[in-house]
Design a binder for this molecule. Structure first.
Ligand SMILES: *Cc1c(COP(=O)(O)O)cnc(C)c1O
Length: 350
């Protein structure tokens, strides 16, 4: 649907300079739409820039973390941000609280840190954690919401930077980062920007804030990415907004986890039901069934990307349950997996 409109209305925007009204209008749609979707309080700003969530980690290292951060590490993505903070020569060694894949750590108040860094949904393991504010009014709560934003409800007041890329729940393409920033986060960026710290131009959050307020980006964005994002946000709003989108993912998750628990060969990887992600389901398979082979057969039949996160090293399928996916399609997927497994298993036991 959105792809068809990209050919039509979107096509007329392609090739337009990002300082010209048609693209600025598009950025305006994105900022307005996300503001509504997240119900942002006065003073919060929707800010965007090029580079994806991976780039925002470095933006945070320069423009948000003052001296020392706390990181909850429970998978690949959360560990990458902690690694950036650890390597930054201008910061003290971060406090890292780590738990094994399939669980999540709890944040701990610590007056020695100035940023609490959390991940709303750890995409590599399929664990979601609740986002709650902690600490003093001088400490920032930074949330990597790349795979959660738009598919899991959040109280944006509990966060100072709720950041994400548009290619997951927002069914767009990669390449951009978006961040909902509190007044405190904006102040922190301005203070660090005017201190003696050197901030690389591309990672300067103040430049991104000032450009975003003018519905621009610091450098040229991909117009198609913005177009697909704007369409997806408006589609969510037209159907009832955040609560509707989150309910749709929860419904898909219910289908997958129930199917897994009822089948002889599948079980949810995440032990505690309340930690199981509603947007990315990780399903372990019985050792008699090879997840790699199941994924290979599915791919050959047009069902792609059911593979687990390779570094996790498990006999596992990982399924995206983003709001754009119709829960009925998820039901068909579980049926397709059962069909493939029954036949593979049957061949083996012949
Ligand atoms: C996908 C993902 C990222 C990386 O996003 P990019 O757009 O590739 O930079 C970061 N964090 C989480 C939680 C993700 O799921």
């Amino acid at each position: 649907m959105a792809l068809e409109r990209l050919e039509g209305a979107g096509g007329r925007l392609m090739g337009t300079s990002h300082r010209q009204p048609p693209v600025r209008q598009l950025v305006h749609r994105v900022r307005e739409g996300l503001g509504q979707l997240f119900d942002i309080p006065d003073g919060y700003e929707v800010v965007l820039g090029n580079g994806g969530a991976t780039c925002f980690w470095d933006v945070a290292v320069y423009s948000l973390i003052e001296r020392r951060s706390q990181h909850l590490v429970f998978g690949e993505f959360s560990s990458k941000f902690a690694k950036e903070a650890k390597g930054a020569p201008h910061l003290d060694a971060p406090e890292v609280i780590e738990t094994p894949p399939g669980t999540h750590p709890e944040p701990r108040e610590n007056p020695e840190v100035d940023c609490y860094c959390m991940t709303h949904n750890e995409t590599s393991t399929g664990v979601a954690m609740p986002i709650e504010r902690l600490g003093s009014s001088e400490q920032l709560v930074l949330v990597d919401a790349t795979s959660a934003a738009g598919g899991v409800e959040v109280d944006i007041r509990a966060t100072d930077a709720y950041y994400f890329s548009p290619q997951k729940c927002f069914a767009s393409e990669g390449g951009l980062w978006l961040a909902v920033l509190s007044p405190l986060a904006q102040e922190r960026a301005r203070r660090l920007g005017s201190s003696s710290r050197w901030v690389p131009g591309f990672l300067d959050l103040v430049a991104a804030i000032d450009n975003s307020k003018l519905n621009q980006t610091v450098n040229t964005p991909a117009v198609a990415t913005l177009f697909l994002l704007a369409e997806q946000v408006e589609w969510m709003l037209d159907h009832g907004g955040m609560s509707w989108a989150a309910a749709r993912s929860r419904q898909s998750a219910e289908i997958v986890y129930t199917w897994a628990q009822q089948s002889w060969f599948a079980s949810p990887f995440v032990a505690r039901p309340e930690d199981r992600s509603p947007v990315v389901a990780t399903i372990d398979l019985d050792p008699r069934v090879s997840a790699e082979e199941v994924s290979r057969v599915l791919r050959a039949n047009g069902i792609v990307d059911t593979d687990s996160y390779r570094k996790l090293g498990r006999n596992q399928l990982r399924l995206g349950l983003f709001p754009a996916v119709d829960p009925e399609d998820v039901r068909h997927l579980t049926e397709a997996i059962s069909w493939v497994v029954e036949r593979l298993h049957h061949e083996d036991s012949d």
